[in-house]
Design a protein around this ligand. Sequence first.
Ligand SMILES: NC(=O)c1ccc[n+]([C@@H]2O[C@H](COP(=O)([O-])OP(=O)(O)OC[C@H]3O[C@@H](n4cnc5c(N)ncnc54)[C@H](O)[C@@H]3O)[C@@H](O)[C@H]2O)c1
Length: 262
Amino acid sequence: MVMLSGKTAVVTGGSRGIGSGIALELARAGAAVAVNYQGNAEAASRVVASIRAAGGRAIAVQADVGRPEQVARMMERVGAELGGIDIVVNNAGICPFRDVFDIDMDVWEETIRTNLTGVFVCSQAGARLMKERGAGGAIVNISTITSYRGGAEQVHYAASKGGVNALTASMANALGVYGIRVNAILCGGVVTDINRDRVPEALRTPKATTDSLPIGRLGDPEDLGKAVVFLASPQSEWITGVQLAVDGGFMVSEGKYAHRKR
Ligand SMILES: NC(=O)c1ccc[n+]([C@@H]2O[C@H](COP(=O)([O-])OP(=O)(O)OC[C@H]3O[C@@H](n4cnc5c(N)ncnc54)[C@H](O)[C@@H]3O)[C@@H](O)[C@H]2O)c1
């Protein structure tokens, strides 16, 4: 599938977890990919190497998504080295689980800074280059089902992602005139470093089955990658401002499903 050939994508937090799955799927669809990382250059190089080994184009680019000057430098570099930016995937995020009474201002601010300010900063910087180039573009924000369902130890996290949902709608309004579409994905459960120690042992393996979802398994990074490819491609050219649940049916789940009895 080469739906995105000739396109360039930046994936924030692309060195591991869901971000690496997104980077690999975008590359499989033909895009040149800039794999953003905050601190782990080695992990980013591994993702770049596997894209190149499969015949794709990729570079690793460092930036803390919450720091505008670093992000501006990163976007300029991607534009110069890969020939413009067509797709920005705002995937970088943190989820420091805390009891509500233990969320101090440091944790609150770092969560908002990374998950919400980071999405704004990267979207603005990416959209600025897209606007100057005049070829349109697509921004995909990785939000979460928790922004609707809530989480007792995720008050700050859910609030930051609720902000991402609102930002997505307004950015879609602001940028449509430049041919830039902005959509969000409400991501469901995928076992990664962000949540592994919270997930029961039995569910920690890839494609672990669960009776609590209509599609009886947890997600994997590639499931999210495929949805990102769709929202970044001309296949979704009349879609902007939406929140697409990619969650195995969690948002509509009524409870228990006896998958193993079928
Ligand atoms: N795993 C899930 O079940 C799940 C569910 C819903 C939403 N999400 C969202 O998916 C996204 C990816 O999470 P994941 O599950 O792969 O977790 P992860 O911890 O494996 O990956 C998060 C990535 O973001 C990067 N990052 C964090 N702060 C950064 C910063 N300031 N600048 C640049 N990069 C930074 C990390 O280095 C890492 O590469 C997050 O936005 C998360 O909220 C995950």
